[in-house]
Design a protein. Sequence first.
Length: 375
Amino acid sequence: MKKLLKTKVLIIFLITSFFSIFLSPESNATSNVIPDNAYLSEEKAIFLDGDILVTREKAYSIDKIKNPGTYVPVKLLSKLKNISIDYSKPITVKSNKGTYKINESNSVLLDGTTYIKLDYFYKISGLSGKEFYESHTIFLWSNKEGKAKSEKLMSQIKRVSDDYLKTYMGKKVYIYEGEKVGRVIEMAVISKQTTSFKILLNNGVVVEELVSGSTPDTFCTYFYYENVNGFYSGKYYWANKNLLPSSNPLLNIEKVYFKSVKMKGNKLIVTAKRSNGANVTFKLPFYDDPSTVIQQGFYTVNPKSVFPKWDSATWNRIVQQKIAIGMNQEQVLLSWGAPDDHSSYTGSYLTMDQWIYGDTYLHFYNGILDSWSDY
């Protein structure tokens, strides 16, 4: 009986030792790791004394963690004067404000990079600043001159009426003409409909781009430029020939598989496989939002599956972009697209519609094409 008791005690000891040796250190080492279900905001640009700070690691607002808030990378401190960082464990930072130990109690680990809360960053660095939520930007300053520059930038952003345009501040962007890359360092209202963007290019040159309305038509975010292939390739589409360039080789509602999509200047270069198995490459010019040309020029659902009761003769006419007496309005829309203009009259027993395509007038009675005239 004593021998059996000793054996049980030994087993318990071994199990306890195993968890102590192997599980506890791992648990401690990963206690500040950002979990997969945490919420990260989009990247926050950082400006110091009015100038943008470019770092590989970005700042984020992080929620659904023990200490939610805005976090900046510890490496950001290395961009400042009179601050030294010793990256041996624990990370030690020395500044004019003192010596600070960066450990699990006051930091988080995201993708292998150590982050600290913005408030703690202020304490260590001695800088002042403001998180400007409207533009997802953090402005830091070290002196009165830097504060004045920062406040000027923030004041200019506030005057921009479109909230979406404000988010471009500090963003890395791709300029279509010349295929240049840079970061937005300033924006200012020129008129009610026009906003000026100053962009610092990678070569150090500052250029100005004017935006009319709420969508830039000369540049887009570099994130979109880099990920356009991932957004649209590897999917099936059905061509809407009415909204594609006349030179496009696809047939109306032809099924195609996008193999790759690349952006070059203000054109999307699409390599696709046609319904007959042949490969084809074509260009899709766009004006402002690059996604519009695909969203308008292609259906993401097979129109034939939406209208399964239509006969093959009707579908053949739609593919050839032809119309015939007796077609309904949905069939004409698929064949010819939306009219340039239209008018309608509704009586007690009859609804009459007139659709105008250039010099051709189509006449519908109760939704069915009855006749057309060319002028």
